[in-house]
Design a protein around this ligand. Sequence first.
Ligand code: HSE
Length: 454
Amino acid sequence: MGASQQEQGPLRVALLGCGVVGSEVARLLTQQSADLASRVGAPLELVGIAVRDASAPRPLAESVDRSLLTEDAEGLVARADIVIEVMGGIEPARALLLRAIEAGAAVVTANKALLAEDGPTLYKAADTAGVDIYFEAAVAGAIPIVRPVRESLAGDSVRRILGIVNGTTNYVLDQMASTGMSFDDAVRQAQDLGYAEADPTADVEGFDAAAKAAILASLAFHTRVSLEDVAREGITRITADDVAWAAQTGHVIKLLAIAESVTDDDGSHGVSVRVHPALVPVAHPLAGVRGAFNAVFVEADAAGELMFYGRGAGGAPTASAVLGDVVSAARHRVLGGKGPEESTYAALPILPASTAVTRYQVRLAVDDRPGVLAQVAQVLASKGVSIEAVRQPSEAAAPGADDTHGADGGSTGVAHLVITTHAAAEAALAATVDAIAVLEPVREITSVLRVEGA
Ligand code: HSE
């Protein structure tokens, strides 16, 4: 450690995985090798690329020597100073990273699923071995957000993180909003463009966003948060009508990952982490995040509001984050020092999502006769939920109102109400909706969406 550039031999870099991200990591490592050597103070030598089938065709940049491909991942990690894992999945990624750490290598991983499921095992192993573990690419691709939360904000107190951390779902919702297309058509389009997988479950059901939320929450609140601590709801139930109604009321629908400090009824302080679709006011910076882009909005005591924006997926953007981590780990090899260890000193309880304070927008179809609105308002009052606005749009203006017309085109006496509440505990809001649903003049609760970022 601490050797001068003249004394320092090459640092051996092993790459595990050579898909969309891995091939870009290999390209950048080789094409930028001179710059990287100058930034690190030693050459970075790519010594192997572990893949399942070395004979399979794959698009590799000309700068990358194909003879580096190997099916012997274990042998490769044993001879590396820095191991980059971009293969994904839990195994064999976990076993290979642990083996690398135990052998004294620094590790860089983009594996959000592994970190959200079993990050503490890896962090502990890295602490014990005294090596770096970096994972900027695991959350929101190219966007620097792990390092800012882990290091730049280490002297502040984070109150809340609101993130659009899944590009596929943001693309789907944005397409629905801008064209009026259905959820299924928008997913098909996202698949055609290569954003969504053939099986889009991990994205549209919020699993990918939940893993990222767990990682960010752990860092922001110095508390272990795993995937199972995250309350999760995807976007599969969002309809074209929901999206149109959102626009009518001055909102856009986004899949948000929310990690925040909360206090429950007993005064206990804790952390709530949730992923769900939400109405975001059009004036909020997150509302302007279009297409497959990601953004993370952070509220901290001293810093105030911060927003990080960029590409959350894709080969080159994700490789950018990986390479930044590789340079950090490599500099420590040359100059000494070490990146931050896992910080869990706060060990806050994970409080259920029902303790979170939010706002609801409820759409309902009711009999159109005197006194119905008063009945609904009475339920809200009895639950201590304050109304911010009630809208009863004319039928012509109501998205989806066609279904309230009889076969002859005449009105069947149905009115649509859109009720937006002030902030209240999620549990009180949910109980209010349940109580409204059983009122005699209420025909249907058409949708319930949370309003965030107001
Ligand atoms: N599938 C993710 C997305 C990228 O759509 O943002 C990888 O986490």
